[in-house]
Design a protein around this ligand. Structure first.
Ligand SMILES: [Zn+2]
Ligand SMILES: [Zn+2]
Length: 359
C-alpha cells in the first residue's frame, strides 16, 4: 500500500502503482512514474499477465518548444532526450500518468527533471491525489518528494527528508541524489542553469560522460562566443540595453573573444570541489576576501572553438581559434589552480594570455 506523505500526496513502489493502474483507485487520480523506462510496457514486462491501457497526451523533449524552461541547451541533458511523457492510463483511462526516465544511479541527472516533476505534483494535488512511485519506493520517488517538500515548505534537504521519513521510515535517496538535492537547496529551490552551482554540476556530468568513453562532440560544447551567430546575440533583443552588456575575455594577441562571463565556472580559491559550501562561505565571510589566494587562471566550460577537446584527447593545449596563440590547457582529469583548488574536469585560460573587456 502507498504511504501518505501529505494530503493528496502518496509515495509507493511499482506494485502500488500497478495495483492502482489495473484496478483504479477511489482516491488516487494522478501517477508520477520514475522508472528506467517511461513506457507503460515497463509494467507488463515486470509482471506478465498485466494489461494496462494507455492513451498518449503528449511527449516533451528537452530541446523541444513545449519545454517552457526555454533554455534546454543549457541543461545537462541532451536536447533530443525525452523530458517526460504524459498519458491517460489505467482502468477506463481514468488516471493521468506522467513518466520520467531516471535510473537509480548516483551519476544520474535528477536536477533537470525536478521542475517538471514538482509542477506535476502541484497540479495533481489541486485536481485530486497523486502517487509518486519508482521501482522500490526507496530512492528515486523519495528524492522527488524530498525536493517537493523542500520547495513547497521551504525546508532544508535534511529537514525535508526527515519529514518524509515520518511517513515512510525506510526511504533513502542515493548519495548522488542527496548531493543534487543539496544543490537544489543552495539554488533556492529552483534549478537555475546560470548559477555557479549548476555550471559545476553540468561540467561534472560532462566529465562523467567522457570517463564512460562517450564521444564529446560539438553538441556537448558551449556556443563559441567569438562567432557572430553565437548565443550572445540571440539573447540580446535590444543591443542598446546597457544591462545586456557582459564581460568578455579576448585573446591578448589577436583580440578574438574566447569566453564570456557566463562561460566561466567559478571555484572557491584554495578549496576543493565542495560546491555546496560556495554560497555559505561567501555569505558567512563577506569582509574577508583579501586573504584569499590569487588565481592565475580562469576556468570555463568547454566551448566549440576548442577543437582539441573534440578530438577526444584526455588533455591538451588550448590554442586561440584565430591566431593559434596558446591560451591555456585542458585536462579531463583536472588541473590545479595557482590558489590550490583542483578543478575537474578543467578548461583553463591563463589570465596573462587574455584581456577583459565588455561586449
Ligand atoms: Zn583558483
Ligand atoms: Zn588569438
Amino acid at each position: 500500500m502507498p504511504y501518505r506523505v501529505r494530503e493528496n500526496l502518496f509515495i509507493g513502489n511499482i506494485s502500488d502503482a500497478a495495483e492502482i493502474l489495473q484496478n483504479g483507485s477511489a482516491e488516487i487520480t494522478h501517477v508520477l512514474s520514475v522508472l528506467s523506462s517511461p513506457s507503460i510496457s515497463f509494467f507488463t514486462e515486470w509482471r506478465s499477465g498485466l494489461t494496462i491501457p494507455a492513451k498518449e497526451i503528449k511527449k516533451v523533449y528537452v530541446g523541444g518548444s513545449e519545454n517552457d524552461l526555454g533554455d534546454g541547451s543549457k541543461s545537462s541533458l541532451s536536447p533530443d532526450k525525452l523530458l517526460y511523457s504524459l498519458e491517460y492510463a489505467g482502468k477506463d483511462l481514468k488516471l493521468v500518468r506522467m513518466a520520467v526516465s531516471i535510473r537509480d544511479m548516483e551519476s544520474e541527472d535528477l536536477l533537470d527533471y525536478l521542475d517538471v516533476c514538482l509542477d506535476f505534483i502541484d497540479r495533481s494535488r489541486k485536481a485530486g491525489s497523486v502517487l509518486v512511485h519508482c521501482f522500490a519506493g526507496v530512492s528515486r520517488s523519495a528524492a522527488i518528494i524530498t525536493a517537493y517538500l523542500m520547495r513547497t515548505e521551504q525546508l532544508s534537504q535534511e529537514d525535508a527528508l526527515e519529514s518524509l521519513k515520518e511517513s515512510c521510515e525506510f526511504v533513502c535517496p542515493n548519495d548522488g541524489f542527496v548531493d543534487q538535492l543539496k544543490m537544489f537547496e543552495e539554488m533556492g529551490f529552483k534549478v537555475n542553469h546560470a548559477s555557479p552551482i549548476y555550471k559545476r554540476f553540468r561540467l561534472k556530468v560532462l566529465g562523467d560522460s567522457y570517463n564512460r568513453g562517450e564521444k564529446i562532440d560539438s553538441s556537448k560544447l558551449g556556443a563559441d562566443p567569438g562567432m557572430p551567430t553565437g548565443v550572445s546575440s540571440e539573447i540580446s533583443p535590444s543591443p542598446n540595453d546597457e544591462n545586456r552588456r557582459t564581460t568578455a575575455y579576448r585573446c591578448k594577441k589577436c583580440r578574438r573573444v574566447v569566453a564570456l562571463q557566463e562561460n566561466v565556472v567559478d571555484h572557491i580559491p584554495g578549496e576543493g570541489e565542495t560546491s555546496f559550501a560556495w554560497n555559505k562561505r561567501r555569505s558567512g565571510n563577506p569582509f574577508n576576501k583579501s586573504d584569499e589566494p590569487e588565481c592565475s587562471s580562469l576556468f570555463v566550460e568547454p566551448l566549440r572553438w576548442m577543437s582539441a577537446v573534440e578530438e577526444g584527447a584526455l588533455e591538451g593545449k588550448l590554442l586561440c581559434a584565430h591566431c593559434e596563440a596558446r591560451l591555456g590547457y585542458f585536462n579531463w582529469s583536472g588541473i590545479q589552480c595557482s590558489c590550490g583548488s583542483w578543478i575537474t574536469p578543467a578548461f583553463q585560460l591563463h589570465k596573462s594570455r587574455v584581456d577583459i573587456s565588455s561586449v
